[in-house]
Design a protein around this ligand. Structure first.
Ligand SMILES: Nc1ncnc2c1ncn2[C@@H]1O[C@H](COP(=O)(O)OP(=O)(O)OP(=O)(O)O)[C@@H](O)[C@H]1O
Ligand SMILES: Nc1ncnc2c1ncn2[C@@H]1O[C@H](COP(=O)(O)OP(=O)(O)OP(=O)(O)O)[C@@H](O)[C@H]1O
Lengths: 229, 229
């Protein structure tokens, strides 16, 4: 059973700790501010107030037994650097540190962080990608160059059989699923929208205008599919 | 040709603007600090220094013609609120605002933001998910409950044909692709690692221990596949 600790309960650290707890992981939430510790007590197994830049305080809670420590000190980068070194000296297996910018990312790696996270940069890139290709509802990088995307089919695709579209031979993309939003009435008599997924689409399946396609392909293939398809 | 503007060139806003520019979009980068504006001039089409809480200054750059404005003022939430109202009053189509926390998210929506983004919360959740399921190398929510995941195959799967594993009938998951990392020597004589993707796996394909499976299924199906598979 893997044990986690999160140091720093700002918006990011608190969310990491709570989500880990929700997924059933054993989490130790740490912050020097007792109020932050009190506020999270009902959502995680353990929560303790301590200063992570103090070797004695880290030792006192047996931090060496923790497999992965997430340092979520965004503003306090000096404390993040000190804490990284102390944790690695104490033999903690994996230290993941939030970096404020790429210079701090370099420093944190140099002093031993196994992974660094640049939150603002990563979210900025994710947002820009969703904005620039709105037909691409979901844009997921899979591995070197391959993406999974959810796209709204072009007018020319509507009503046609998948086999007539020749997506694989023409554009080199693989169709993973056809999705459709349907209105349903639940037990309380409320109208809800549910997404039906046909994730084994056959050659005779036709695409209607209220459906979207999930396809896998390289970035070039998908761009071509969207532009020319 | 869709036009974007980004107000606030902190780490997040700057990254949004630059990534939009890299993707070929027309971006107007805005910050009240002239140094931030100067630093981004070579990476975006337009960059201008102005105070986004000033109606006159917004009018002077014809912000009404912009389709989507991203307000990337993370700390300056009062300015974010004022700017949202001014932009909507000026008739800007879509205003996307970064919120510092859920209370500000509520306020920004109330005063007209079409979308709000909670960067720290979203990244916190993403990080926790990758940490809690390391066999799940990539964990992508597709639509209500369906995920695309990349998983390391269990020992029992290695060397078996896909048709013998009955993943679809036993676990209800659809295999999208089999991926393998291969070492290659590039033109400079350096050894590089490239990921080969077989994204039309056939029933007779076997899984080797250096390959990973990309599967689509509901959260429950995938959990069951990982636990019992
Ligand atoms: N040395 C330390 N030991 C333990 N906790 C600390 C230490 N220094 C700061 N903290 C705590 O870390 C938390 C995050 O601090 P920081 O100022 O880095 O926040 P932040 O990066 O702005 O947070 P977020 O962006 O996630 O909202 C605070 O709750 C603070 O009390
Ligand atoms: N009224 C305003 N008009 C234009 N730009 C502004 C205004 N107020 C602040 N800015 C600019 O917005 C940028 C981001 O400011 P803010 O203090 O909100 O940063 P931040 O949220 O901490 O950034 P990040 O987390 O992305 O690094 C700064 O460069 C600042 O000069």
């Amino acid at each position: 059973m893997k044990q986690f600790a999160v140091i720093g309960l700002g918006s990011f650290g608190r969310k990491v700790a709570i989500t880990l707890g929700e997924k059933g992981a054993e989490v130790l939430a740490i912050d020097k501010n007792i109020t932050k510790v009190e506020d999270i007590k009902d959502k995680v197994v353990h929560a303790v107030a301590l200063d992570s830049t103090s070797l004695d305080e880290l030792k006192s809670i047996g931090i060496t037994d923790i497999d992965t420590v997430i340092i979520a000190l965004g503003e306090q980068q000096e404390a993040a650097i000190l804490t990284t070194v102390l944790l690695k000296n104490l033999g903690v297996g994996e230290v993941i540190a939030r970096a404020m910018n790429s210079l701090y990312a370099q420093i944190l790696r140099m002093v031993g962080a196994d992974k660094v996270i640049l939150i603002e940069e990563q979210m900025g890139e994710q947002l820009a990608k969703t904005l620039v290709a709105p037909q691409i509802i979901e844009n997921v990088p899979l591995a070197s160059g391959h993406l999974l995307v959810e796209i709204k089919p072009k007018k020319e695709f509507i009503g046609k059989k998948l086999s007539d579209l020749h997506l694989r031979s023409r554009y080199g993309v693989n169709i993973v699923a056809i999705q459709k939003k349907v209105e349903e009435i639940n037990d309380e008599g409320e109208v809800t929208i549910r997404t039906k997924v046909n994730d084994l689409p056959g050659p005779d399946d036709k695409i209607s205008d209220d459906e979207t396609l999930l396809v896998v392909g390289s970035e070039e293939e998908i761009e071509r599919l969207i532009k020319e398809g």
